[in-house]
Design a protein around this ligand. Structure first.
Ligand code: NAD
Ligand code: TYD
Length: 361
């Protein structure tokens, strides 16, 4: 089997590719534009395999996409390429609309033309797997979970662009017959996550003795899933999912942001003890700083993943406590990787303030 993976140089895409190549499950062609968020270092091991190829392509570029389909003749597409950070979508939504909406439509057009020209079993076995987020469902109150039937109610420009792409994928299936499957996953964490996201930012700031900026009161809840559990779920959805269906993926690990940050502080204290000279002599929890909330900040996400568990036999293997410990150890051992990013691409500055808050502060 040959899989065309878009966004394979990103956090989740690279985990999927490492998984596929290590398991000998498929040959991969990775289509990625290499934006600021790409981490090609995460593919060094895969890059040595004869089953791995890379094409530096923008998914908005139809002719380049057609060439890569013709050259590699994939049996399936796993579409992960996206702009993925909510705060950046608040600052400027243009790239989100371009890549997540327009790019997805280009890819759908190209994949449909390619799929139509396939014959017999190759045509019936072809799959287009769209990778999406639980954020398309909007925010939950204190109770309840997102199911596959929950109505879409996106609140951020990021989630609106992903919701739009989900609808286009559905429309291509209904209108053109493209055999699609879609998965909607909760927040991921783990190795090689770009330090703009909560967990890596807090680990790095704790290690470097910088303030830990918790939005609002830290009471927002996310449902965390280790990226390698997500990678296994995605392979299950691609290979066993029913055409036209959507599958929710989540870790059954709901946590308030402040509790996540406290866990990180305690792990960093344990694994990299603070110098005795630090003022006050307390632990890293002292670095927590409550800052102006994110505009439109969704209160709570929680995923009901019973469908994928029941139908595809997938369950998460990593508990949040064990996965977070592994992640802190990984960031401790890969300081060159994130220090390079801090120097050249993103130094940890606040993103995603409302225009009014920017003016005030
Ligand atoms: P990421 O930002 O780490 O990586 C995105 C990758 O896409 C990068 O390698 C980037 O270079 C590439 N890319 C961006 N624009 C492109 C374009 N126009 N053409 C080609 N490549 C382009 O993102 P991630 O966290 O790995 O997320 C991957 C997918 O999973 C996204 O679709 C995201 O919406 C979805 N998702 C993410 C999470 C999460 O917690 N990170 C949760 C659920 C779903
Ligand atoms: P994030 O990692 O950006 O993921 P998402 O917005 O897609 O859920 O943020 C996770 C949670 O952490 C979210 O509730 C916002 C919050 N947060 C902070 O409190 N401080 C920060 O510096 C960041 C980046 C996020």
């Amino acid at each position: 089997m040959k899989i065309l993976v878009t966004g394979g140089a990103g956090f989740i895409g690279s985990a999927v590719i490492r998984h596929l190549i290590r398991e000998g499950a498929a040959a991969v062609v990775n289509v990625d534009k290499l934006t600021y968020a790409a981490t090609p270092e995460a593919l060094e091991e895969a890059g040595e395999s004869p089953n791995y190829a890379f094409a530096k392509i923008d998914i908005c570029d139809g002719p380049a996409l057609r060439e890569v389909f013709a050259a590699h003749r994939p049996d399936a597409v796993m579409h992960l390429a996206a702009e993925s950070h909510v705060d950046r979508s608040i600052d400027d939504a243009a790239d989100f609309i371009q890549t997540n909406v327009v790019g997805t439509c280009r890819l759908l057009e190209t994949a449909t033309d390619y799929w139509r020209a396939l014959e017999g079993p190759a045509q019936s076995a072809f799959r287009f797997h769209h990778i999406s987020t639980d954020e398309v469902f909007g925010a939950l109150g204190a109770e309840g979970h997102f199911t596959e039937e929950t109505p879409y109610k996106p609140n951020s420009p990021y989630s609106a662009s992903k919701a739009s792409s989900d609808h286009f994928v559905r429309a291509w299936h209904q209108t053109h017959g493209l055999p699609v499957v879609t998965s909607n996953c909760s927040n991921n964490y783990g190795l090689y996550q770009f330090p703009e996201k909560l967990i890596p930012l807090m680990i790095i700031n704790a290690l470097t003795e910088k303030p830990l900026p918790v939005y609002g009161k830290g009471e927002n809840v996310r449902d965390w899933l280790h990226v390698e559990d997500h990678a296994r779920a995605l392979v299950a959805v691609l290979t066993q999912g029913r055409v036209g269906e959507t599958y929710n993926v989540g870790g059954d690990s709901e946590m308030r942001n402040i509790d996540v940050v406290h866990m990180i502080c305690d792990l960093v204290d344990e694994l990299s003890p603070r110098a005795e000279t630090v003022e006050g002599g307390g632990g890293r929890r002292d670095l927590v700083t409550f800052v102006t909330d994110r505009p439109g900040h969704d209160l709570r996400y929680a995923v009901d993943a019973s469908k994928i568990k029941r139908e595809l036999g997938w369950t998460p293997q990593e508990s949040f406590a064990s996965g977070l410990r592994k992640t802190v150890v990984w960031y401790l051992e890969h300081q060159d990787w994130w220090r390079g990013i801090l120097e050249r691409r993103y130094a940890g500055e606040r993103l995603g303030l409302s225009k009014a808050d920017q003016k005030a502060g």
